[in-house]
Each structure stands twice: as C-alpha cells, then as structure tokens.
Design a protein around this ligand. Structure first.
Ligand code: TYD
Length: 206
C-alpha cells in the first residue's frame, strides 16, 4: 500500500481523539492528504454498528457478541475507508483500532484475548504502521470522561480499577511491539502533547 496508516490508542479520557484531530491538522498544513477516521465507525455501515454497540443497557450484549460487532465494524471500515485511502497514497489517522479490542474485549470487559487475536488474523490481518499510545493517569482520565458524559455510556462509569487495568494493558502492548508504538505522555496541555505526537509522526513519514 502506498499510504501510511497511523492509529491512536488510550484509555477513556486520555485525549487521543483531540490528538488525532490535531495531528491531522498539522499534517494537512504540511501539504499531506489525510483521512481522519475512528473506531468503532469510520464508514456508513460501521457507524450503524457503533450505535448498536455503544448505546443502550450495559448488559445488552455478551462480550463475545460485542467482539463480533467490533470486528464486523472494523472489517467494513477497512474495506470502505482505510484500504481505499491507503491505495490513494493518503495518511490514514484512526482514532482506535485493533489494540482497543485486545484491551477491552481481551482484558478488561472480557477475557477473550486469544479469540480477539484469532478473529483479527482471520478477518482483519493488518496493523497500523505507527500507533500513538496517549498515556495518562487513570484518575485524570476518569475526571475527563465524567465531564463529557453523553449518550454513549455503555462503556463509561466502570470505575478507576477498570481504567488502571486498561492502562497497564496498553503499556504492555506497547512494550511488546516497540517498533510500532510511541508512548506519549498525555498529561500536559493539548498543544504540548500535540507537538510530541507531530514530531514522532514526522520522523516516521517518508
Ligand atoms: P471511543 O468513541 O473512542 O471513546 P473515547 O472517546 O472514550 O475513546 O470508543 C468508545 C468505546 O469503545 C471505548 O470505551 C472503547 C470501546 N472499544 C472497544 O471496547 N473495543 C474496540 O475494538 C473499540 C474500537 C472500542
């Protein structure tokens, strides 16, 4: 593929969505063509699945069903949005990708890591070229997540222990794949975090 595939990961309230947007702006300002997208969602069909999976009662789906829905959404996103943009030579910036399934369905909301990996190799089979892990203290993440609570509440309100486990899981993924991951401290002002992200991205881009 001609393009470059970048993803952002982090616990709820880490600020990764803001950072994904700021990186898109910084790269566009340098003349690059960027597709900014997100998961779950990022294509018409996947956005419909997003509503199914993020809204409604907390016990609406089993973890297994949830994993299938996230994987179906990812497959559609890959077919309709990510692969075409990469084929056009664009920079794709994705707010969450398969690492989120590894952590949420594989570790914190469920214990399905082997199934997550099997489904991934069967149905998805690609990793980003570079993944930014926006790392913050879970108590800060919780405060931020509560402050902007909206309708997509199935996954929020799960407490500090949940966020701590997710953070540790993300850091372990990053340690296991140091060529792909860049761990960015997300504690400071958004502009400062964005500078660190942009520098790491530019160092990787051709
Ligand atoms: P998102 O909209 O990115 O929430 P946030 O803005 O808090 O990052 O994602 C919504 C939720 O979906 C988030 O709590 C993580 C969860 N999720 C999974 O459990 N598995 C997945 O594969 C993905 C992509 C997201």
């Amino acid at each position: 593929m001609a393009g470059v595939f970048l993803s952002f990961e982090g616990i709820d309230g880490s600020g990764k969505s803001t950072q994904a947007r700021l990186l898109a702006e910084a790269l566009r300002a340098r003349g690059l063509t960027v597709t900014l997208t997100r998961e779950p969602g990022g294509s018409a069909g996947a956005e419909e699945i997003r509503r199914l999976v993020l809204e409604g009662a907390a016990d609406r789906w089993s973890t297994e069903t949830e994993l299938l829905l996230f994987t179906a959404a990812r497959r559609d996103h890959l077919e309709k949005t990510i692969r075409p943009a990469l084929a056009r030579g664009e920079v794709v910036i994705c707010d969450r990708f398969a690492d989120s399934s590894r952590i949420y369905q594989g570790l914190t909301r469920g214990d399905l890591r082997a199934t997550v990996d099997a489904l991934h190799s069967l149905m998805i089979g690609v990793e980003p070229d570079l993944t930014f892990l926006i790392d913050i203290d879970p108590s800060l993440g919780l405060r931020r997540a509560i402050a902007r609570a909206g309708s997509e509440m199935r996954f929020e309100g799960m407490g500090l222990g949940f966020l701590e486990k997710a953070r540790a899981g993300f850091l372990a993924l990053a340690t296991a794949a140091p060529q792909r991951f860049r761990i960015i401290d997300g504690t400071g002002a958004a502009e400062d975090v964005a500078q660190a992200v942009t520098a790491a991205a530019l160092a990787h881009l051709p």
